[in-house]
Write a protein of this length. Structure first.
Length: 154
């Protein structure tokens, strides 16, 4: 069995897929880390949801996240958004985020900001954030709480 540790990163560097060694705090590694966190947040959501259709969609998205340097399937996400949103009541005001899909959405938006220079990745992450919001609404139906208006200040 191979060991999980190699000690090669003990100097603060890591190996990229293209064979280059870079500092662990480089923008490339920050972007990879943000995508890894997003993938893990989606995995957490999958472990907590019982809906098989959502689970299959989220598993497909997790696979996409491993291959984001290829042409990202943005159209698939848009189709899912339209399908899910058609089944939800119109949103007339902001809602408070509740549940693991809202957490995954927030992680996705951060990953989108970190990956902003990767032009092929940003459209996918942008649509994915939208999809996660719609899926969170679907999963949280009946639990949505509208944001209360702020009282007037003196």
């Amino acid at each position: 069995m191979l060991r999980i540790y190699t000690r090669k990163g003990d100097d603060g560097t890591t190996l990229l897929r293209d064979g280059r060694r870079v500092r662990k705090n480089s923008p490339e590694i920050e972007a990879e880390g943000a995508l890894d966190e997003l993938n893990s947040a989606i995995g957490l959501a999958r472990s907590l949801l019982a809906d098989r259709k959502l689970d299959a969609m989220l598993a497909d998205i997790q696979n996409d996240l491993f291959h984001l340097d290829a042409t990202a399937p943005v159209e698939k996400l848009e189709r899912w958004i339209d399908e899910m949103q058609a089944k939800l009541p119109p949103l007339k005001q902001f809602i408070l985020p509740v549940g693991p899909l809202h957490f995954a959405r927030a992680v996705c938006r951060r990953a989108e900001r970190v990956c902003a220079t990767k032009k092929t990745v940003v459209p996918y992450l942008n649509r994915l954030g939208d999809l996660l919001f719609v899926l969170a609404r679907r999963a949280g139906r009946g639990k949505e709480t509208k944001v209360s208006p702020r009282p007037a200040r003196c």
